[in-house]
Design a protein. Structure first.
Length: 167
């Protein structure tokens, strides 16, 4: 009986593994961004592709996807938790663009006024890009903190990207 369990435990990962037909790669790193404001301290608002946004961030990413990252906050629903619908724009250090689907972020009060823990409950889906990311897809999970007092955001990200086959 013990040999059967040992064999099962050794084979179990194979039973649950997914195919890697598109060169799946684990990625991780960090993000540091700031809410952008005008000279009076008001959030920058505007319109992108005909859709209004209520705030904007801009910052840097480290790790495997290092480069510049910004977010248009398309909607903000205050409460406990506060819900954000975000549109991301990401350009890697190499100059490739990563296309991302709009995603829901959830922020929970921490007990310190203006400080929130934040998470993307379903991650952020990668829908393609340019250069190395052309035809790529995947999902990046992210969590961190939002400081409304300073307008700063700090996040960790981790996920898997499946790259299109190189011809």
């Amino acid at each position: 009986m013990r040999k059967i369990w040992i064999a099962f435990l050794m084979m179990a990962p194979c039973l649950f593994a997914q195919g890697d037909e598109n060169d799946g790669r684990l990625v991780s790193g960090g993000v540091v961004t700031n809410f952008l404001t005008d000279k009076n301290g008001n959030n920058l608002t505007g319109k992108i592709e005909g859709v209004n946004f209520v705030a904007e961030t801009l910052g840097t990413a480290t790790g495997d996807l290092r480069g510049g990252l910004g977010v248009y906050v398309l909607s903000l629903t205050p409460g406990n938790p506060t819900i954000f619908i975000n549109h991301h724009h990401w350009v890697t250090e190499a100059g490739d663009t990563i296309f991302l689907a709009d995603a829901k972020a959830t922020a929970y009060p921490s007990g310190v006024p203006g400080l929130f823990s934040a998470i993307y409950p379903n991650g952020v889906n990668i829908t393609g890009g340019t250069g190395h990311f052309a035809g790529a897809h995947g999902n990046i999970a992210s969590w961190g903190a939002v400081d409304q007092n300073t307008g700063q955001i700090v996040l960790r990200y981790q996920g898997t990207i499946f790259f299109a086959p190189q011809h």
